[in-house]
Design a protein around this ligand. Structure first.
Ligand SMILES: NC(=O)c1ccc[n+]([C@@H]2O[C@H](COP(=O)([O-])OP(=O)(O)OC[C@H]3O[C@@H](n4cnc5c(N)ncnc54)[C@H](O)[C@@H]3O)[C@@H](O)[C@H]2O)c1
Length: 411
């Protein structure tokens, strides 16, 4: 099931639980605006190359639209649409004054030189500069883009509109980026995990964890879980998987990777079959890599008691049903990985105020937002007797529906 179908299905289930008016339901699904732009650039060898760029602005009833820009060969309008919609519910779940958007360019960033990427980003910005803005739509990095991409967008946008650091988030610190932004998603995942475990009278200390993915989110989550006394007994990335029942030495692994080593060259743990990772015995499983990794083929064999969806859309709806029947508790992605967009919001606030927060303030505020959202999700679960996923969806959808109605929808 593709991500648009899955997201729309969860939205419809939430709309049904909330008893939303069917016309309002239909209206909330239709994006505010979708644009498709042609981006032609000279390559380094002098030949010309054309790419297609997208920006989908899904909803702005709660505030400016917010969402990443992705550079990937498989970027297509359906996927961008699903991700924009997801951002609308996600920003509402953590109660940020934002709507949702997403964008991308169908390209393979690995096959482009730095100067080609810069030209492509600048042409894309020229095509969408009058659609984005500090109070309209604020892009951020996503797959295939990074703080350098945001710096180019900021520079190009500022040529048209004057110096505007708040037009993008995830910027380099020297251009107005926020302290704590790099760690924010992984840190938010850990705060979310702590909130969930506390409900069951448990804490990270002494529990066993399995983590798929050791990139930005997975490595920060691993570092912070290790610091809190959690035992990470198996871990993987694209190069392979490893296990150690006593707990993998995460600081040693981070040092190894920091020195340019590959995860599967690390000598401090025993290599294992990557296909066995998700069904490894553990208390808590954290998918921090790809979508759709938990599906009807493997869901029945999962042994974890808790699944923390740090990646976007790691559990497909069929697996969701199988796991729920087994009593596995799933903390849903639209809440779990919202720490990134939350600190992006703090970055935007700092840029508008012209005042930089220290890292401690960023982390304290992030924890406050994650805890509050968890309490609000639990309240929805009680009201609607539903799963945490539906608790999060009903929370996000009800907030957006209320804002839409208050603005005078239907008038
Ligand atoms: N970075 C953020 O701020 C952020 C915010 C919200 C959601 N997410 C989601 O979190 C997930 C991870 O994002 P990231 O920023 O850490 O990406 P990343 O590119 O930094 O890391 C991805 C990791 O996944 C690993 N991986 C890829 N294919 C794999 C496979 N088949 N098996 C095991 N590992 C594999 C890679 O080796 C890498 O370690 C994605 O689903 C992303 O959409 C990220």
């Amino acid at each position: 099931m593709n991500s648009l179908v899955a997201t729309s299905r969860n939205f419809r289930k939430a709309a049904c639980l909330l008893g939303l008016d069917s016309k309002l339901e239909k209206s909330l699904l239709i994006p505010f605006r979708e644009v498709k732009v042609e981006c032609t650039i000279p390559k380094d060898d002098g030949t010309m190359a054309s790419y297609v760029g997208f920006r989908v602005q899904h909803d702005n009833s709660r505030g400016p639209m917010k969402g990443g820009i992705r550079y990937h060969p498989e970027v297509d309008p359906d996927e961008v649409n699903a991700l924009a919609q997801l951002m609308t519910w996600k920003t509402a779940v953590v109660d940020l004054p934002y709507g949702g958007a997403k964008g991308g360019i169908g390209c393979s960033p690995r096959d482009l030189s730095k100067s080609e990427l810069e030209r492509l980003t600048r042409v894309f910005t020229q095509k969408i500069h009058d659609l984005i803005g500090i109070h309209t739509d604020i892009p951020a990095p996503d797959m295939g883009t990074n703080s350098q991409t945001m710096a180019w967008i900021l520079d190009e946008y500022s040529k048209f509109h004057g110096h505007s650091p708040a037009v993008v988030t995830g910027k380099p610190i020297d251009l107005g980026g926020s302290l704590g932004r790099e760690a924010a998603t992984g840190r938010g995942v850990v705060y979310a995990t702590e909130a969930l475990l506390a409900e069951y009278g448990k804490s990270i200390s002494g529990m066993t964890f399995v983590i798929q993915g050791f990139g930005n989110v997975g490595s920060w989550a691993a570092r912070l879980i290790h610091e809190r006394g959690g035992r990470i007994i198996a871990l993987s990335d694209i190069t392979g998987a490893m296990e150690d029942p006593r707990g993998i030495d995460i600081p040693a692994l981070l040092k190894h990777k920091g020195e340019g080593g590959l995860l599967n060259d690390f000598q401090g743990a025993t290599p294992m079959d990557a296909n066995e990772l998700l069904i490894h015995e553990c208390d808590v499983l954290l998918p921090c890599a790809l979508g759709g990794v938990l599906n009807r083929e493997n869901a029945g064999e999962v042994k974890a008691k808790f699944i923390i969806e740090a990646a976007n859309h790691p559990t497909d709806p069929e697996a969701d049903e199988i796991l729920s029947k087994k009593g596995v508790v799933i903390l849903p992605d639209i809440y779990t990985n919202a720490g990134g967009v939350t600190v992006s919001y703090f970055e935007w606030v700092q840029n508008i105020q012209g005042f930089m927060w220290d890292e401690e303030k960023v982390n304290v505020e992030l924890q406050r937002y994650m805890r509050k959202a968890f309490e609000n999700i639990k309240a929805m679960c009680r009201t609607h007797s539903c799963s945490l996923r539906m608790g999060a969806f009903t929370l996000g959808v009800s907030r957006v529906a209320r804002a839409t109605l208050l603005r005078g929808w239907g008038a």
